[in-house]
Design a protein around this ligand. Structure first.
Ligand SMILES: Cc1ncc(COP(=O)(O)O)c(C=O)c1O
Length: 424
């Protein structure tokens, strides 16, 4: 059956198209995006520069250096991709993987499914190792799959936002290399919120986004690429017609099947060669630079502690209300907490009341968890005591109004106790 085109309703009020843009002052406490740090918004309002302006090239270089610190890596090829987080994932996949190459995806939620989807589009021979939503893999499971499948690339999330689980990665890179595979990590949900020492954990390629723990808007995706992966990509270098130097010899590898996401061309663009590619999204580069600058200035340990405390406070409050946290708590990301929706309560009505009465957004869930689990995020600019307390107080009031029997005041008290115990 042919799919029919989706419905597209008309504007209901023609007049409003000329109104000022005036978004509601929401507090975004879902799984991301979150409210951007005002310093990032200010950086984005700075005047534009051309991408070959010496001052702008300086900003690009500084951005590379700042993200080396965010990713804890010495990787030369550390840059940002114009596009949302999936752009960087896709960039890495299409540039590293050739049709027929074996890719093992470690899937523990919806974003594992996304990587499977992207790998299949690239034409890879994909094997998916799955574990139940709410759990993570043990290294032995990964080792067995590496032994039996011999992939070229293993792709996984660090944190899968859909389930709130964080896969321990310290052992996985080493294991991959023992079996001749490279490791690609999607850290969209965790970059800047929990440790991701790319070099120490032998990760060949890691990608992120700004819109979660880094406190920016989506639209720029940091990526870091290790030497082995960079060499594999550069074998496939093909320069666009019109830009080729006289002595140009194309790479011996197969041309990368995307122009926008061709990492070999992006390396030529970000390097001192400064070969033309896309028009850099100037304001997003400013945003990305500012996000990383704020992270580095606050200091890794302090930022991670702030996220961990916010997560502990949310868990303590949820449990104090008599609700249950979703999944394996020992492997939970600090910045997202899944909460089982109590029986008889409409998850959507509660979210709606949070939005209309308190201007606070919390998240719903995908797939098997939809209608069963809410997701409360506390990350980036919003991983703060005041945001956490306001959200939990509001949730308690909304649940009480929905007829849920709970000890009033317990949520905020429990969260506050976590902060007080930490001296925060
Ligand atoms: C773990 C993870 N990977 C990938 C993505 C896709 O990111 P984007 O929507 O920025 O393309 C998300 C988005 O929430 C995510 O949480």
């Amino acid at each position: 059956m042919k799919p029919s085109l989706p419905k597209l309703t008309e504007l209901d009020d023609e007049e409003r198209i000329l109104d000022d843009l005036n978004p509601a002052p929401r507090l975004l406490m879902g799984p991301g995006p979150i409210n951007a740090d005002p310093r990032v918004l200010r950086a984005m309002s700075a005047q534009l520069l051309g991408q070959f302006d010496p001052q702008f090239r300086g900003y690009m270089k500084e951005t590379m250096e700042l993200y080396r610190r965010v990713f804890e890596t010495a990787n030369r090829w550390t840059l940002v991709i114009d596009g949302t987080a999936r752009a960087a994932i896709e960039c890495a996949m299409v540039s590293l993987v050739e049709p027929g190459d074996r890719v093992l995806v470690l899937s523990f939620g919806r974003f594992g499914q996304l990587k499977t989807e992207i790998a299949r589009r690239v034409g890879a021979d994909v094997r998916v190792l799955e574990t139940g939503w709410g759990t993570v893999f043990r290294p032995e499971q990964v080792e067995d799959a590496l032994k039996s499948f011999s992939p070229k690339l293993v792709a996984t999330c660090q944190g899968d936002t859909s389930t709130s689980m964080a896969q321990p990665l310290a052992e996985i890179g080493k294991l991959c290399h023992r079996y001749g595979a490279m490791l690609q990590v999607d850290a969209t949900a965790t970059l800047g919120g929990m440790p991701l020492p790319v070099d120490a954990w032998q990760i060949d390629c890691a990608t992120g986004g700004l819109q979660k723990c880094l406190g920016g808007p989506s639209g720029s995706a940091p990526i870091t690429i290790g030497d082995q992966a960079a060499a594999a990509i550069y074998r496939r270098r093909h320069i666009e017609e019109g830009l080729r130097p006289k002595d140009y010899v194309p790479g011996e590898g197969r041309i990368i099947a995307s122009n926008s996401f061709d990492l070999a061309m992006l390396m030529d663009y970000w390097s001192d060669l400064a070969l033309n590619h896309h028009t850099e999204a100037t304001s997003m580069l400013y945003a990305a630079r500012e996000c990383a600058r704020i992270f580095v200035k606050e200091g890794r340990a302090a930022v991670f502690r702030r996220h961990a405390l916010a997560g502990e406070a949310v868990v303590a409050a949820v449990e104090a209300m008599g609700l249950k946290v979703f999944g394996d708590k020992t492997h939970k990301m600090p910045n997202v907490t899944g909460v089982h929706i109590p029986a008889g309560v409409s998850g959507d009505r509660v979210r709606q009341a949070m939005l209309t009465d308190f201007n606070i957004e919390i998240g719903t869930s995908f797939g098997p968890l939809h209608g069963k689990v809410w997701r409360i995020g506390a990350m980036g600019y919003n991983a703060r005591k005041d945001c956490v307390l306001a959200t939990l107080g509001a949730l308690e009031a909304v649940l009480a109004a929905e007829g849920v029997k709970l000890p009033r005041g317990a949520a905020v008290d429990a969260a506050l106790a976590v902060y007080r115990a930490a001296g925060a």
